[in-house]
Design a binder for this molecule. Structure first.
Ligand code: GA4
Length: 338
């Protein structure tokens, strides 16, 4: 059974509670990739349909590759603001602080956003690290390993969906022109300040690090340190805190995968809150197709009972729409058929 809810008593203040919102503690499905293949693929499909999120263990990404990347990320964010600004934003890539996207969204986060192309990583590393070769090798090694994991998961999804072309999704990411990106996030600890000391209501306003949104790409592979903050939205409006687990990856369906599965998989809205005591670090790989890729449903997934929900579109078209909107806006609606 995948679904296990525990309702948290709202009277008790906890760092993950948000004032006035229904909050559920849920255990996301944890899928062991070393299990029997057909069982693993059907568990993944079920998780993508029910939650759009799941965790994977025995994922095959070597510990030293993760540790090396996390160490580089830690060293970068430990630099002074002036030093970090040398990797400053150009066309949304590079170092950013508090500003998210181009349309006025903000959050308590600083980040490094990079294209995953090896040449552009080598070039950008010169502005990021005092030892660019080391940084570039850590990042390229990490990207290669998580791309492999993303492709494996996408193949398992195609198998679980009984799509005859098993690499229909992963092919888009393996493409040399794939527009995949990587984002290193640092959410500094943000003490909660109680404005009204005499109030009987608990002080539970954790600041928003990265506001509510869905990921536009195909699949996101997220790794965080042992500090919580990620919350996912269930369709009844409840927010679910995800327990951090540095030994696992948290995987979520993006908008494109929702479109390519004709709405069977859900691209679920999520957000990251800051922690009041500890800083949170996360590394997100956003698996995306080439800009000119045509995003369409495999024909087997369209039936008279389940007619096509979205018109075919290119990733460039979708990406432009996403970047023209605010972070929390819904984008797939623009591509829905009548
Ligand atoms: C959400 C997922 C990734 O972090 C990201 C974000 C991007 C940005 O931070 O510049 C976006 C956001 C994300 C969705 C809508 C647009 C674009 C900010 C924003 C307002 C890098 C991505 O690809 O889309």
């Amino acid at each position: 059974c995948l679904r296990r809810y525990i309702i948290i008593d709202m009277v008790v203040a906890s760092p993950t509670q948000i004032h006035g919102e229904k909050l559920l503690a849920i255990e996301l499905p944890v899928i062991d990739l070393s299990g029997e293949r057909s069982m693993v693929s059907s568990l993944i499909v079920k998780a993508c349909e029910e939650y759009g999120f799941f965790k994977v263990k025995n994922h095959g990404v070597p510990h030293d590759i993760i540790a090396k990347m996390e160490n580089e990320s830690f060293n970068f964010f430990a630099k002074t603001f002036d030093e970090k600004q040398k990797a400053g934003l150009d066309n949304s890539f590079g170092y950013g602080c508090k500003n998210i996207g181009f349309n006025g969204d903000t959050g308590e986060v600083e980040y490094l956003l990079c294209n995953t192309n090896p040449l552009s990583i080598a070039e950008r590393s010169k502005t990021i690290s005092n030892d660019p070769t080391e940084f570039s090798s850590a990042m390229s090694g990490y990207i290669e390993a998580v791309r492999e994991l993303a492709c494996e998961l996408l193949d398992l999804m195609a198998e679980g969906l009984w799509v005859p072309d098993r690499s229909v999704f992963s092919r888009l990411i393996r493409d040399d022109d794939s527009d995949s990106i990587i984002r290193l996030n640092h959410y500094p600890a943000m003490p909660i300040l109680c404005k009204d000391k005499d109030s009987s209501s608990p002080c539970n306003h954790n600041k928003v690090g990265f506001g509510e949104h869905s990921d536009p790409q195909i699949l996101t592979i997220l790794r965080s340190n042992d500090v919580g903050g990620l919350q996912i939205s269930l369709n009844d409006g409840a927010w679910v805190p995800v327990t951090p687990d540095p030994t696992a990856f948290c995987v979520n369906v993006g908008d494109l995968l929702q479109a390519m599965t004709n709405g069977r998989f859900v691209s679920v809205r999520h957000k990251a809150l800051t922690n009041s005591y500890k800083s949170r670090m996360s590394m997100a790989y956003f698996a995306a197709p080439p800009l000119n890729a045509r995003i369409a449903v495999p024909p087997e997934m369209v039936t008279p009972i389940k007619p096509a929900l979205y018109r075919p579109f290119s990733w460039a078209e979708f990406k432009n729409a996403a970047f023209a909107l605010r972070l929390g806006d819904s984008r797939l609606g623009l591509f829905m058929l009548e």
